[in-house]
Design a protein around this ligand. Structure first.
Ligand code: GLU
Length: 291
């Protein structure tokens, strides 16, 4: 089973179309001789997931446009569609489990304080943030004062719990940065103590994605190379939560005429606008290499 998991924070563009088509095709029969057999790896199933935990940035009209644009492209997906905002209790339970095992800690720092902690560490000792829980009296005082806090993964505690990160590997069937392919050693330490629950939202991307991929039985993750780094920490979370590890296929990023990767801010490239200007789905599919 593969999935496409957009966040409804803007209209989809060509890059999303490429990603969705790549994931969709990966779930289909791999070769002519197996045309009647769905691809074994993905089991012939494709799901769409709406990643809308950040309610302040997500909009209902963007979500409606996702369904419209993907149907226009010729994709179909299993229903019901999982919308992350409807499952906050599920992520909360995963978070509590990690807290009970001492694998996460409360972080009261502001972004600026986190940046400062990294900058001021001696001799570049800290390139990414690593921290620890406050002494319990301080913590209790700040909680009582109503100060907001995030929950961060403790890499130190995780490393102790697993006896090191050496056994954490994943299979890259596409292409990571610098052509990384095949069996890859996960290096979650590169990301530091990532936030697993944001101050404002109560959960954060890595935890929601890993929980949902496991719950929904996703066996093959197809997504852009921009998320290759995320795979390292997500592999660690899978190990900590006892979840299976899917295979990964990170694909190239679609670039615009200026050679830069497309972003949601490039309005002229949205699928809506392409549709509005009379482009057919066949033409777009062909342009993206899906004949
Ligand atoms: N929701 C994420 C995004 O819009 C993608 C998550 C993923 O594929 O793991 O970039």
């Amino acid at each position: 089973m593969t999935r496409f998991a957009p966040s409804p924070t803007g209209y989809l563009h060509r890059g999303h179309a490429y990603s969705a088509l790549t994931a969709f095709e990966a779930s289909r029969p791999a070769a002519l001789e197996s045309a009647l057999e769905p691809s074994l790896e993905s089991g012939g199933r494709f799901i769409l997931r709406i990643e809308d935990i950040d309610r302040t940035r997500c909009r209902a009209d963007y979500e409606a446009a996702i369904y419209e644009d993907l149907a226009w492209l010729g994709l179909s997906w299993e229903t019901p569609v999982r919308r992350q905002s409807e499952h906050m209790a599920h992520y909360g339970a995963a978070l509590r489990g990690l807290a009970q095992r001492g694998l996460i800690y409360r972080c009261f720092r502001t972004r600026r304080e986190v940046a400062w902690a990294i900058e001021s560490a001696p001799h570049g000792a800290m390139e990414v943030f690593r921290g620890e829980a406050l002494p319990s009296a301080d913590e209790a005082r700040r909680i009582a004062a109503g100060e907001p806090y995030a929950w961060r993964l403790s890499l130190g505690a995780a490393e102790r719990a697993l006896g090191g990160f050496g056994a954490l590997t994943f299979h890259e069937t596409g292409e990571g940065p610098d052509g990384q392919h095949g069996l890859i050693q996960a290096r979650p330490e590169l990301g530091g103590d990532v936030v697993l629950a944001r101050k404002d939202v109560g959960v954060a991307y890595h935890l929601a994605v890993v929980s949902d991929d496991a719950l929904q039985g996703v066996t093959q993750i197809v997504r852009g190379q921009d998320l290759f780094e995320a795979t390292h920490v997500q592999r660690l979370l899978q190990a900590l939560l006892g979840y299976p590890t899917p295979t990964y296929r990170h694909h190239r990023l679609v670039t615009g005429a200026d050679g830069r990767r497309l972003a949601k801010r490039d309005r002229a490239q949205t699928l809506r606008d392409l549709r509005g200007s009379g482009m057919t789905p066949q033409a777009l599919r062909a342009e993206l290499g899906f004949g």
